[in-house]
Design a protein around this ligand. Structure first.
Ligand code: CS2
Length: 493
């Protein structure tokens, strides 16, 4: 007989899962989190759960429970409400373990009641707002500025008290605190964007300035926007996980989370109250940039390359793809020749060892990370994971062939999805089918048209002959995207 999460918490003996080591009933809410998806629940919520347990004797250490706010869908609230926000974390690695996370105590769905979310943000008990809203949630232009043409931002400019975007909610919450004389909250972006803190700050200040110069000035001078690097491989929950948690931990959980054992959180030092995350293993530093670049380019870059090329080669998961030596070799040469030479390692980190450890993590047989999940949102991910390296390498005269194969892989992946009528998860999904490069089969013309795709290539980069040549070779090599062509392209690269 399996237990509900509430019963598991009451009857320690019946589950093998570890339980929160603090009195959850006494823990006040101190954090609002925008975007309470799997990554947040496997990462920041766990650091906070640990910090509350370590430092939770006093209210100061304990009052850091989290209010999760979904900006669109009600699914997280609907899934977790009947379990009081409790859920099981399954750590799937050389050792498998289960624990119940208690830090997520409240759940809200913003579109159902925007005013209630703004009130929660304005509550002085809230001292931190964290975000995992994915790249597209920041609503930025290719240059990293707030995109006023984005439909949510355009809406929020006209309706500041009834926002839709995360940026709009932050501005509305801060505006209310400013006018009531409350201290601001710190805003902590936990998305895989380079310089995430500054990008968030600039977007919030730009939106605030549309209505209220004094507010935007106050935000500029008194709100902390530390940048962060976050890392832990967290595949989406599937039915197999729900069954496994029932069988192995004896818990009936509508929405458990699965994750590898490795986790890392590097946070720029900032002033102001916060949980004792450093006691839970987070690193506070003034040099987040070096960690962030290394992670984006050595983990996320190869992840995206493997997602497109591995998918075309007929694999379903990261584990399957990297179990093929051709892929492991490809990731090694891609990073040895094209990525590592342009990176500045954080002090004490050997980039080759770090890359090898990442490949080792990809080879975790317990983790079923679907390539199709990583392939989502390519127009948002490729600029920061692949194109940024191409831009730097073109300027420095370094090779770009593997990175171009990743781009050609994405192009073919999209064409395949269009041909098969499969759903494309991407903010540009409506227009990808109309792109001239999607209908072109001649490699020379396809390269020309692809380079004119401004979502990926700015006009300066598109002029590069080195890029044109490499991209054309990659498009030719991938051909029609058959398993054989793609494997050959990878092997002979
Ligand atoms: C992945 C990341 O889905 C993706 O695009 O590359 O979510 C990756 O698993 C995490 O960044 C690991 O920390």
């Amino acid at each position: 007989m399996s237990l509900s999460l509430q019963d598991a918490l009451r009857s320690e003996n019946k589950t093998t899962a570890a339980l929160p080591a603090y009195d959850r009933n006494k823990a006040g809410v101190g954090i609002v989190h925008l975007g309470p998806g799997a990554f947040f629940r496997g990462h920041q919520a766990v650091y906070t759960d640990d910090a509350m347990a370590i430092d939770g004797e006093e209210a100061d250490g304990r009052d850091w429970a989290i209010c999760g706010v979904s900006l669109r869908s009600a699914s997280v609230r609907d899934g977790l409400e009947s379990q009081d926000g409790l859920y099981t974390l399954a750590t799937l690695d050389h050792e498998v373990s289960y624990r119940i996370i208690g830090s997520l105590k409240e759940l809200m769905v913003a579109p159902e009641n925007p005013a209630a979310v703004i009130d929660r943000l304005a509550d002085p008990a809230i001292r931190i707002v964290t975000l995992t809203i994915t790249e597209k949630g920041y609503c930025l232009t290719a240059d990293g500025a707030l995109n006023e043409d984005n439909k949510d931002i355009a809406h929020d400019i006209d309706n500041p008290e009834d926002p839709r975007s995360a940026i709009g909610y932050l501005v509305a919450g801060l505006a209310k605190r400013h006018s009531s004389g409350a201290a601001p909250f710190a805003c902590i972006s936990c998305d895989n964007l380079p310089d995430n803190g500054h990008k968030l700050r600039d977007a919030v200040i730009a939106l605030a300035a549309k209505h209220d110069a004094a507010l935007s000035e106050w935000i500029r001078s008194s709100v902390a926007f530390p940048r962060t690097m976050v890392d832990s491989i967290t595949p989406a929950t599937d039915d197999a996980l729900i069954d496994r948690v029932r069988e192995e931990a004896g818990i009936e959980d509508a929405w458990p989370i699965q994750r590898e054992a490795f986790k890392q959180w590097v946070i720029e030092k900032f002033d102001g109250p916060r949980p004792a995350w450093e006691k839970a293993g987070a690193t506070f530093t003034d040099n987040v940039a070096a960690f962030e670049h290394a992670k984006l380019k050595l983990l996320n870059g190869p992840h995206s390359a493997t997602a497109y090329l591995g998918y075309l080669a007929g694999y379903e998961t990261v584990y399957e793809a990297v179990s093929d030596d051709a892929f492991t070799r490809f990731i090694r040469t891609m990073t040895d020749n094209e990525t590592i030479p342009g990176l500045h390692a954080p002090e004490g980190l050997d980039l080759v060892e770090y890359r090898d450890a990442i490949i080792g993590r990809f080879k975790n047989p317990e983790i079923r990370h679907l390539l199709s999940q990583i392939a989502w949102d390519g127009t948002q991910k490729l600029p920061v994971r692949i194109i940024s390296t191409i831009r730097e390498n073109v300027a420095a005269g370094r090779p770009i062939t593997a990175h171009c194969l990743a781009l050609a892989g994405w192009r073919r992946f999209i064409i395949r999805a269009l041909q098969e009528g499969r759903e494309i998860v991407d903010p540009m999904n409506d227009t990808l089918g109309e792109q001239p490069w999607a209908a072109e089969s001649d490699p020379v013309a396809a390269t020309e048209k692809f380079l004119a795709f401004r979502a990926l290539f700015d006009s300066e980069l598109a002029k590069s002959m080195a890029l044109r040549d490499s991209l054309q070779l990659a498009i030719e090599a991938i051909g029609d995207g058959s398993t054989e062509a793609v494997r050959n392209a990878i092997i002979s690269h």
